[in-house]
Write a protein that binds this ligand. Structure first.
Ligand code: PLP
Length: 427
């Protein structure tokens, strides 16, 4: 049953926004506009007072829940001290605290970090430092990959939708190979990577340990380790982009931890700041030390580097994970996967279930996932699609979601699947 809802305030707010915001940002003509007023835990309320359960963590950022009390406490304490620091001249004290806690979560003791605000920034850092370390501009990247939209990151973001209008600015640094999901393809991809690496033109490999925006795809066991070994043999910088799948999303702190890897560079973002803009590029010494300061200038820095409030929030996120939330990802993954497997038995539009922990993708028949998103929203669940054709329903709830809330959200999504399946049969 579709809920009764009012949309007057959301519609008015969106209309006002459409007059002042650049048009490409969003669909201002939506027939079900939702302008968000507040959120707490896994619950979201729009400006008309309609409630939603969040199965997105707002692009993955609210992993420990919206306005997590531990994160809020850390932010409040920091607000009373310092709002903005001088990152590369007189750094805020909290930056050192945050970076040392983060470094302890890395798979080897010698990582050093460079902080920034968005995932794309962390990828920019990774690519610049990798290029400085190897003096080679080419980068092996993967089809379906999303690494951000800034100049450098766009070189390795695959989807033509993001690239085509800026083609003339791209240097063609990315050499794209398929993202394997089975052993047979993995073997072929490794051969191809070996071939490209032997050309001597590339200096780095960048990979998402779980392909996020490309459709929640998981590589076969051993592939990441083989890739890391191949990179080491060719002196390539091995970069893992954990911006979507890292920081506790999949049941281990890093998604690549299950293969026991210590990549040369690890990019983190999204969940790292608990809703505050914070990203990090963590590097082993041979990459971290490849860029030198010059004439008393940091040559890769920014005004808000090591932002005190974001660092405090980041400390709060790690504390919240340590207080028991870390173990929740696997439980959530189990609950969602069980339910999704039932759906796969019942509904032919449910094609495949992928992912790990609180990052589960359900591939659906063409057109269905987007319909499910629209229907579920009207019924009170926020969920999004991933994948190049929006074919995958992405279930990425905050770890604080209760079993009751999760079951409710899943029941609503199931009823949305039933409705969209019916409409497929009629048309
Ligand atoms: C794997 C990955 N890398 C990088 C980015 C870019 O992050 P941001 O949008 O914060 O710049 C994203 C964003 O979705 C991502 O999923």
């Amino acid at each position: 049953m579709t809920r009764k809802y009012s949309k007057a305030r959301s519609s008015a707010a969106l209309k006002a926004l459409s007059k002042v915001e650049v048009g490409q940002v969003m669909d201002f003509t939506s027939d079900f506009p939702v302008v968000i007023e507040k959120a707490s835990g896994a619950a979201v309320i729009d400006v008309d007072g309609n409630r939603y359960l969040d199965m997105t963590s707002f692009f993955g950022a609210a992993l420990v829940g919206h306005r997590n009390p531990v994160v809020l406490g850390a932010i409040r304490r920091q607000l009373g001290r310092l709002l903005h620091g001088m990152g590369d001249v007189h750094p805020p004290a909290v930056k050192a605290k945050f970076l040392s806690k983060l470094a302890k979560r890395m798979p080897a003791p010698d990582y050093k970090g460079l902080l920034s605000l968005n995932g794309s920034d962390a990828v920019e850092t990774a690519l610049k430092f990798a290029t400085a370390a190897t003096k080679k501009a080419g980068i092996i990247a993967f089809k379906g990959a999303y690494h951000g939209l800034t100049g450098g990151a766009l070189e390795v973001t695959w989807n033509p939708v993001f690239r085509s209008q800026f083609q003339s600015t791209l240097a063609g640094r990315g050499r794209f190979v398929p993202y394997p999901t089975d052993h047979e393809t993995a073997a072929k991809v490794l051969e191809k990577v070996e071939q490209i690496a032997s050309s001597g033109e590339v200096g780095a490999i960048i990979i998402e340990p779980i392909l996020g925006r490309g459709g929640i795809k998981v590589p076969p066991p051993g592939f990441l380790s083989d890739l890391a070994k191949l990179a080491a043999r060719h002196n390539l910088v091995f970069i893992t982009d954990e911006i979507y799948c890292g920081a506790g999303r999949t049941g281990t702190y890093l998604a690549s931890d299950i293969e026991g890897l210590a990549p040369d560079v690890i990019c983190l973002g999204k969940a790292l700041g608990g809703g505050m803009p914070l990203s990090a590029c963590m590097m082993r010494p041979w990459v971290a030390d490849a860029v030198h300061g010059a004439s008393h200038e940091a040559v890769h820095t920014s005004t808000f580097l090591g932002h005190p409030i974001a660092c405090a929030a980041g400390l709060g996120v790690m504390q919240a994970l340590d207080k028991g939330l870390a173990g929740r990802a696997a439980q959530i993954g189990g609950l969602i996967t069980n339910k999704a497997q039932e759906w796969q038995q019942k509904y032919p539009v449910v094609l495949e279930i992928r992912g790990r922990g609180a990052m589960i993708g359900i591939e659906m028949a063409p057109g269905v996932a987007s319909q499910v998103v629209a229907i579920a929203l009207r019924k009170g669940v926020m969920v999004l699609t991933e994948g190049v054709s929006n074919e995958t329903l992405a279930l990425m709830p905050p770890l604080v979601i209760t079993d009751r809330e999760l079951n409710r959200a899943l029941n609503i999504i199931e009823s949305a699947i039933v409705e969209s399946q019916k409409s497929l049969i009629i048309t």
